[in-house]
Write a protein that binds this ligand. Structure first.
Ligand SMILES: [Zn+2]
Length: 609
């Protein structure tokens, strides 16, 4: 038995030595010059006279055109004897090489996107970072390319690094020899899918179910550490595991880069992959950081359901040079965003009442976009024509997921919700089997019932606003618009904040009817309300106390700072408290008199069975 094993091992290592059927890349992180990294490639055997080398124009999940080829300089190609071969740069992202049958090596330099001087800035989680001796982010599509027709060849990436650096990644194929890490993937798609962040490590590892979780944080300030995040990340992942039934990966890495806002533009966000997600965020105070970060974690992690395990051909066989969009961003982003909120109520992390507030916020955010644009059209045009509408995938997209969840539960008498539907689709398709863009709506209908097809036709392919009233009614939730009511007021509906003076500011649009009683002027800054100094930390408290205890005729005393000739003067304003008519744009609340049937469906929806 032992001998056979050794023989097998020898065969594998011999075939690895032959190596003319794989890409072998080399990068040395110790040799950064002018903020650029040198890349060399031992090429696989080329069987045509000419060949095109490609660096992506766009990558999956980004939904923007980034032209990563623009960061490549001094592109050279050589034959076995080290003689240069003729090259033609066809466009920003493509190089054609002559005498390709003799091609042996390609070399070039890569400049990082994060601090590049370009007009269309690459969203950081999709981009690349070279900070010598500090942090190097290998979003691999920015450094390594592929030959046309040869995306399915194996890849070997050899990275020589500073001794104290560690490369955090979701890849499990690392072999380390001295200061060189070798990573291998089966094809280009898997390489692009697996970013590697190099720096002096701050990592924490733990298990959720059978899955190994890595949290890796880079932060100069070290305000937020991997250890600090571990407890909350574990808590949300446990809920996500229960929600999905299982975590469908053996290892998953949360790779996090935190910056200090003084020296960067404030654009933050994350990008999902099959075995990792990358986060670019402000190194803020822990209590401000954790809540939104855990929301991002829930969203990015749920992407392992879709598009990573359920996707159309446009995504499954991604064209990095001529990207084609799919019609189904409502699912890839919308359903994922819905799950990220819904898992919290379903798993008991937030109450049903708090969850209705989340829904209300999504509804009012979605109404800032064009509600009559068919969602499938938005999806197809998100790179260009409907770029300014594309953020609606996180708002209306999530609400489409919500409506479908309730409708699916209704059609199956509570047995099958959206997450169960996604499980069925994942069984039907999966990471390596794409659906045809055209067939998805019919497939979901086939797995549920004909009513669902009507919903898709009217509200996803069609231009009708989502039918909240009828859908929410099924679970005993009331939805109303423009509801009039009376309440006490302090003269403003909304405020802006002046960080220099640390005071809230009265604006023209933010004033209500009671503002006249008080005599506010535009740009007045609020100093105190009934003797209490107003700060960012107590605005809500002051407002809640006032509206709870105010009685008709009470004296309302407000001190404002009013700027006159560049000098702030404190001015006392007075009025008698009175109620005024206000309008609530949207009301979403539980119906106290819901029927047994509505309650049954509500319990199924909120996971209270
Ligand atoms: Zn997303």
């Amino acid at each position: 038995m032992k001998n056979i094993l050794i023989a097998l091992l020898m065969i594998t290592s011999l075939s690895a030595i032959a190596q003319n059927d794989s890409y072998q890349f080399y990068a040395n992180l110790n040799e950064v010059k002018n903020d650029k990294l040198h890349i060399s490639l031992k090429t696989p055997e080329i069987k045509t006279d000419k060949i095109i080398y490609n660096i992506p124009k766009m990558i999956p999940g980004a939904y923007t055109i980034d032209d990563f080829g623009q960061y490549i300089t001094e592109f050279k190609a050589f034959n076995e004897a080290g003689e240069p071969l003729n090259i033609t740069r066809i466009d920003t992202n493509q190089w054609e090489i002559d005498n390709a049958k003799s091609l042996s090596e390609i070399t070039y330099w890569v400049e990082d996107t994060w601090d590049a001087d370009v007009e269309n800035f690459v969203f950081e989680p999709c981009g690349t970072n070279i900070e010598e001796g500090e942090n190097i982010l290998l979003n691999n599509h920015g450094f390594f390319g592929y030959f046309t027709g040869m995306k399915n060849y194996a890849y070997e990436i050899n990275v020589t690094r500073p001794e104290n650096f560690y490369g955090s990644t979701g890849l499990t194929t690392r072999v380390t020899n001295g200061n060189t890490d070798k990573f291998t993937t089966n094809n280009y798609m898997d390489l692009v899918d697996s970013p590697i962040m190099y720096n002096i490590p701050d990592t924490t590892v733990f298990k959720v179910g059978e899955t190994d979780i890595l949290i890796s944080v880079y932060s100069k300030r070290k305000n937020i550490t991997s250890k600090l995040l571990a407890k909350d990340v574990k808590a949300i992942l446990e809920l996500q595991k229960d929600y999905l039934g299982t975590l469908p990966v053996d290892k998953y890495a949360f790779i996090i880069y935190l910056f200090t806002p003084e020296n960067k533009t404030i654009s933050t966000g994350a990008l999902e992959h099959s075995y990792s997600s990358f986060y670019y965020n402000v190194d803020a105070a822990a209590e401000e950081f954790i809540g939104p970060f855990i929301g991002d974690v829930a969203h990015e992690f749920f992407h392992i359901v879709t598009p990573l395990n359920i996707h159309s051909e446009e995504i499954g066989d991604f064209d990095y040079i001529h990207p084609k969009m799919s019609k189904h961003l409502w699912m890839y982003e919308g359903v994922v965003e819905y799950f990220a909120d819904h898992v919290k109520v379903y798993g008991g992390m937030i109450t049903p009442k708090e969850y209705l507030k989340v829904i209300k916020r999504k509804i009012s955010e979605s109404k800032h976009f064009n509600d009559e644009l068919p969602f499938t059209e938005l999806s197809l045009g998100c790179l260009d024509k409907y770029k300014n509408q594309s953020d609606n995938v996180y708002c209306k997209g999530a609400l489409i997921g919500l409506c479908l969840d309730i409708l699916l539960r209704e059609a199956s008498d509570g047995a099958m919700g959206m997450k169960d539907m996604m499980n069925k689709l994942s069984d039907e398709y999966g990471k390596y089997k794409s659906f045809k863009d055209e067939e998805l709506f019919d497939k979901i209908t086939e797995l549920s019932g004909p009513g669902i097809r009507t919903f898709f036709t009217e509200y996803v392919e069609g231009n009708k606003p989502l039918p909240f009233e009828t859908v929410f009614e099924k679970v005993g939730v009331e939805f109303k618009q423009n509801v009039k009511y009376t309440a006490f007021s302090l003269g403003f509906k909304s405020l802006t904040y002046n960080p220099e003076t640390e005071r809230y500011v009265i604006t023209e649009k933010g004033m209500d009817e009671f503002a006249k009683d008080l005599g506010y002027k535009i740009n007045d800054e609020l100093v105190s309300v009934n003797g209490t100094k107003l700060r960012q930390s107590n605005l809500r408290k002051v407002w809640n106390e006032f509206k709870t205890y105010a009685k008709e005729g009470d004296k309302v005393k407000i001190v404002v700072a009013r700027k006159e000739k560049d000098i702030y003067k404190k001015i006392k304003l007075k009025a008698s408290a009175r109620t005024i008519e206000k309008t609530k744009k949207y009301v979403v609340k539980f119906n106290e008199n819901a029927t047994d049937e509505q309650l049954k469906l509500r319990k199924s929806w909120l996971g209270q069975e």
